[in-house]
Design a protein around this ligand. Structure first.
Ligand code: NAP
Length: 308
């Protein structure tokens, strides 16, 4: 039987949870609103590539229905879900077990449903690191990093870099109190320091890695045409890694490339964090190339549509 695996389903109330085919293992990305999630395209491509019969949908769950919805995932046909804004933190308290990643980052982006129990994981840090090593050939051990941004993505980046043995992290953010909270969650101040982004100076230019973990430069974000850095400020020699994947060439990446710095965009991280989720659910190696191709072609179609 052919199933439409990419349908977005709105879930306004508990009596309107989608009717699922009990014969098919069920997966979803849940959020509110769910927006234009790339997860259905990416995971559907993965299931198809491995010839696994499964359904993956985007579900818009009303915040008031989240508890009941997550509870329902303990039963068949649920096998797992991705969790996106605004539920990543709330889901921490709704699952039975937490993996170290989710406990440390204090956010869940992947739920595994197995034998009536739900385990929360966070695959963003591993996705971030895998892109850094596999796609940019960067070794974080002993390196110095500057992270601009202190939101959810920055938490995963800090956790990932500390796991990988980074020597020093500077966190720059518009709201410096948020950066301080992030520092305090992971460090006693020996490896991580913070400052307002506007105060970036000469000494911070001497880093090996710069990560943009803000939404500055993102299509549809608060400042799509801007760089998150102060005017004219760039690191001396660092790899510039922008977590944004829409557009592929953000203002920061364009400026950095013009200055001769090596660059890395957010698309590989997006695919690798999805691949990690897929592997947790299926216990099979994820078909990363097919996932990447599916996401890339969807983004290109959307960009062509936007440009025309
Ligand atoms: P978030 O929790 O909402 O954090 C947003 C960050 O952007 C904060 O540091 C915020 O600073 C900063 N910011 C927002 N508007 C700003 C403005 N006008 N001026 C200065 N700073 C501003 O978002 P998130 O989940 O961390 O996501 C951040 C970015 O990472 C997004 O673009 C997202 O697409 C990307 N991301 C990519 C991946 C991937 O797989 N490639 C995964 C996760 C996230 P304040 O604290 O001062 O408000």
């Amino acid at each position: 039987m052919e199933h439409d695996l990419t349908t977005d389903v709105s879930v306004p109330g508990p009596d309107r949870f989608p009717r699922l085919d009990p014969a098919l293992p069920q997966y979803a990305v849940i959020g509110y609103p769910i927006g234009h999630s790339l997860s259905p395209v990416m995971h559907t491509a993965a299931f198809r590539a491995l010839n696994i019969q499964a359904s993956y949908v985007a579900l818009e769950v009303q915040p008031g229905d989240l508890g009941e919805f997550v509870s329902s995932m303990r039963r068949d046909p649920w096998r797992g879900a991705n969790v996106t804004v605004p539920f990543k933190e709330v889901v921490l308290d709704l699952v039975d077990d937490l993996a170290d990643s989710a406990r440390a980052i204090r956010a869940v982006n992947t739920v595994v449903a197995r034998d009536g129990r739900l385990t929360g994981h966070n695959t963003d840090a591993r996705g971030f690191l895998r892109a850094l090593t596999d796609d940019a050939g960067f070794n974080a051990a002993g390196a110095k990093a500057l992270i601009v941004g202190a939101g959810g993505a920055a938490k995963a980046v800090v956790y990932g870099l500390l796991q990988a043995g980074i020597c020093k992290i500077v966190i720059a953010n518009r709201d410096v109190a948020r950066a301080e909270r992030l520092r305090d969650a992971f460090d006693d101040g020996t490896r991580i320091s913070v400052l307002p982004t506007g105060e970036l100076g000469e000494s911070e230019k001497d880093v090996d890695l710069l990560v943009n973990a803000t939404s500055i430069g993102m299509s549809g974000g608060p400042a799509p045409e801007s760089s998150p850095l102060p005017d004219g400020w760039l690191p001396n020699r660092a790899l510039v890694y922008d977590l944004i994947y829409r557009p592929a060439a953000t203002p920061l990446l364009r400026i950095s490339r013009l200055a001769g710095l090596p660059i890395l965009g957010g698309l590989p991280m997006l695919v690798y964090q999805g691949a990690e989720s897929f592997e947790l659910w299926t216990e099979r190696p994820a078909p990363v190339n097919q996932m990447l191709a599916a996401v890339r072609s969807t983004l290109e179609e959307a960009a062509a549509c936007f440009d025309s």
